[in-house]
Design a binder for this molecule. Structure first.
Ligand code: IPE
Ligand code: IPE
Ligand code: MG
Ligand code: MG
Ligand code: MG
Length: 334
């Protein structure tokens, strides 16, 4: 077996592990008008589980123990997949991207009705915070007596990252800018990665619009990936320098991931993706790929992925699985 096959096997194992834990976490009852059925439909329906896997693997590279993983990292991973699923359920609503297919099946609002689409997203977001707060109530003694004296503080630190980056100054802020296209703030352009910003003018397009789109991607897509890497590291005891590097890695990877998503919207098909294609054109979204073309977008995807991998390596050594994962997302060979 070559290295890529070994990586793929490990990835499949991680996916099965995450599927099982989500199955255990997402409630089955009480059913108020099918709410739990709709929550389970929205979460347990074949996502790639990238964010949960990244969180658990980031935890492992900082040598967090198995016991701490199960008590503390696993609930955060489950909560993150719930927030991610909620963001997709709402993203697909008629008032947003108006999409009818997700993960190869009818979107939640098509299957359960529009009001249920809104309420299911709300319920998943709320439930994510319920999962995290239960970490405390379930482990009070352990948090007091664990040989890792800082574990209580680490959970709070992770929670503050999680709540900020999912919110108005994070993923939701990005969705607002992405959806309410009439509004474009004057100076809110990407400021990260000067090594890439200097190439943007070569793409022969409206540089400000391009930088503004990248800013939206840093918010709507990178933030949940930053949560994954940072919370994994924080819970395993990483220091603040390493956590900042993980944040940088998440930001760069999210940019690469969203630009690749734009490319796939233009080049792939519904069977392969499990979601509609050409939806960005239909919704008149000026995505990065629509602004600079497929080839230039691929160059950007590669550049951001390289930054993500080198930031990851400077946060911690021994992150072979995660670097392979980052690399494999460039071509979405998975
Ligand atoms: C889709 O994310 C939303 C984007 C940020 C492009 P994923 O491609 O990770 O979605 P699932 O979880 O695998 O369905
Ligand atoms: C979604 O971006 C990002 C989210 C925060 C949900 P897209 O709208 O491009 O994602 P898809 O293509 O519907 O998965
Ligand atoms: Mg969208
Ligand atoms: Mg969408
Ligand atoms: Mg898309």
């Amino acid at each position: 077996m070559d290295n890529f096959d070994l990586f793929k096997n490990e990835l499949n194992e991680e996916r099965l592990y995450v599927e099982k834990l989500l199955d255990a976490y997402v409630p089955k009852y009480p059913e108020y008008g099918r709410i739990c059925e709709a929550m389970r439909y929205s979460v347990l329906n074949g996502g790639k589980r990238l964010r949960a896997i990244m969180l658990l693997k980031a935890f492992e590279i900082f040598e967090g123990s198995k016991e701490l993983k199960e008590k503390y990292a696993v609930p955060f991973a489950a909560a993150l997949e719930c927030v991610h699923a909620y963001s997709l359920v709402h993203d697909d609503l008629p008032a947003m991207d108006n999409d009818t297919i997700r993960r190869g099946k009818p979107t939640t609002h098509i299957e359960f009705g529009h009001a249920m689409g809104i309420l299911t997203g709300d319920a998943l977001l709320n439930y994510a915070f319920e999962i995290i707060s239960k970490i405390y109530t379930d482990n009070l003694d352990d948090i007091r007596n664990n040989s890792r004296k800082d574990i209580g503080n680490a959970i709070l630190w992770a929670l503050s990252v999680f709540s900020k980056k999912t919110g108005y100054d994070g993923m939701i802020g990005g969705q607002v800018l992405d959806t309410c296209t009439g509004y474009r703030p004057e100076n809110d352009y990407t400021k990260s990665f000067s090594e890439i910003d200097k190439y943007l003018k070569d793409f022969n397009c409206d540089e400000n619009l391009l930088k503004y789109s990248l800013r939206i991607y840093e918010l709507k897509t990178s933030q949940l990936i930053e949560i994954a890497l940072m919370c994994g590291g924080i819970l395993a005891g990483a220091d603040s320098d390493a956590v900042s590097k993980l944040e940088e890695a998440g930001k760069a990877l999210g940019l690469a991931f969203q630009i690749e998503d734009d490319i796939l919207d233009m080049t792939s098909d519904v069977q392969t993706l499990g979601k509609s294609v050409n939806i960005d054109e239909r919704n008149e979204k000026s995505t990065v790929a629509r602004q600079i073309g497929i080839e230039n977008s691929q160059i950007l995807v590669k550049m951001y992925t390289d930054i993500a991998i080198s930031s990851l390596n400077s946060a911690a050594s021994g992150s072979r699985f995660l670097s392979n994962l980052f690399e494999s997302l460039i071509y979405r060979k998975l």
